[in-house]
Design a protein around this ligand. Structure first.
Ligand SMILES: O=C(O)C1=C[C@@H](OP(=O)(O)O)[C@@H](O)[C@H](O)C1
Ligand SMILES: C=C(OP(=O)(O)O)C(=O)O
Length: 407
């Protein structure tokens, strides 16, 4: 575990970078490829989470350890539940054993699956005895993690009568459900999402498809932040105007609040600081649809001394760490005092930042990457630099390319 010191830096003008494929799209396509076999994938994510999922799918071991990868844990639960005549023990890191899986397990049990909790009820590790699932209608609480629902949707086409899922309560992280639905459609599986009912039809005569994965918008957010604080143009390759990723919302966010315009040309986006930018008085937003870019947003706003009040965040507490507490602790070091509640974070006041800043990362890749652009305001050290490998192993290399130390 080593720390990284980032000296006070400025942005090099007009750098162009290539970020690897979306982690969320990659993890879906790997599961779908294994289930339906008709997909050729290009530009797969190089994230550790994707590699873990890929090796789990290629493994015939009884015990599968997916470490810290929440999407992999949830997606593989349904996958192994339908692998007839195979028993799998699905486990993960200590943190994974605290991340809930109960609504997914209960939905699978209602479909006829055989799953046991091996330690704490409601949490991994799981013993999954693969079965043919006989039922096809379930209800699920949609407010804890959309990953449960995406996981069920992906096996839906394999069930004899397809699958009907009724979503109960407020739907969290909805764009990720739409991403799953769109990818099912792309590979030829009929599905509908209307009001709170999702229907997946049995897969029939699927033609082979080549899918090129778009680069990762959540990873792009760190460059939006750098551009907002450092005010120089940065370009990023392999992005689409009609993205499947909800985090493409970052473009609108940084245009509305931080004066960063996004221009698309030949699948390259250029992040361009607008000259006449006046800071908003306050950023008030519900970010329930885009939980993964909340840390970036709060770190940028704090660096630029723009007060914020962000709601819709109840799922942040059950991610890689309790992201609300982690944010509160670390934002204070850069001079932003916040109040947090069950599902919100808001600025109370700005104070002088600490002189020597050490950002703790709580085993959370996004804590490291979202604070890194603060070096454009002040030098800082970030703890455990390897933590970024979970989603973006080349982050420090790419980030170094846009910086030059300020003497
Ligand atoms: O389906 C996905 O690929 C994801 C869904 C979101 O999780 P929740 O639905 O648990 O919010 C997101 O935070 C995660 O990084 C990726
Ligand atoms: C929450 C995340 O991932 P996961 O839930 O897949 O661990 C993330 O990448 O921010």
């Amino acid at each position: 575990m080593s720390n990284i010191f980032l000296p006070k830096s400025k942005l090099i003008r007009d750098k162009t970078l290539t970020i690897s494929g979306s982690k969320s799209e990659s993890n879906r396509l790997l599961i779908l490829q294994k289930l339906y076999g008709n997909i050729q994938i290009e530009n797969l994510s190089d994230s550790q989470d994707t590699q873990l999922l890929q090796s789990a799918l290629g493994s015939s071991e009884e015990i599968i350890d997916i470490h810290h990868a929440g999407t992999a844990m949830r997606f593989l639960t349904s996958f192994f539940a339908i692998q007839e005549s195979r028993t799998t023990i699905l486990t993960g890191s200590e943190r994974m054993k605290q991340r809930p899986v109960k609504p997914l397990v209960e939905a699978l049990l209602a479909l006829g699956a055989e799953i046991y909790y091996l330690e704490n009820p409601g949490f991994p590790p799981l013993k999954i005895v693969g079965k043919k699932l006989k039922n096809h209608r379930i209800k699920i609480d949609a407010g804890i993690s959309s990953q449960f629902i995406s996981s069920l949707m992906m096996i839906g086409g394999k069930l004899e009568n397809g699958l009907e899922i009724e979503l109960l309560g407020e739907i969290t992280s909805k764009p990720y459900l739409e991403m799953t639905l769109n990818l099912l459609t792309e590979i030829g599986i009929e599905s509908h999402f209307e009001n709170s009912i999702i229907r997946i039809f049995p897969a029939k005569n699927l033609a082979t498809k080549k899918l090129v994965i778009e680069s990762d918008w959540s990873s792009a957010s760190y460059f939006y932040s750098a551009c907002a604080i450092g005010r120089e143009k940065i370009s990023l390759r392999n992005f689409k105007q009609n993205s499947l990723q909800g985090d493409a919302f970052v473009a609108e966010l940084y245009k509305n609040f931080f004066g960063i315009k996004t221009e698309f040309s030949d699948e390259t986006i250029s992040l361009i600081p607008t000259e006449k930018f006046s800071k908003p008085e306050k950023i008030s937003l519900d970010m329930n649809s885009c939980p993964d870019i909340v840390q970036t947003l709060c770190a940028t706003a704090s660096a630029m001394k723009i007060p914020f009040e962000i709601s819709g965040l109840k799922t942040l507490k059950i991610k890689e760490t309790d992201r609300l507490s982690a944010l509160k602790n670390e934002l204070e070091k850069i001079g932003c005092i916040t109040e947090i509640g069950d599902d919100f974070i808001k600025t109370k006041k700005f104070v002088e930042p600490q002189n020597e800043i050490l950002i703790e990362t709580y085993d959370d890749h996004r804590m490291a990457m979202s604070f890194a652009p603060y070096c454009l305001a002040q030098p800082l050290t970030i703890e455990n630099q390897q933590v970024i490998e979970k989603s973006y192993p080349k982050f420090w290399q790419d980030f170094a390319q846009i910086l030059s130390p300020e003497n």
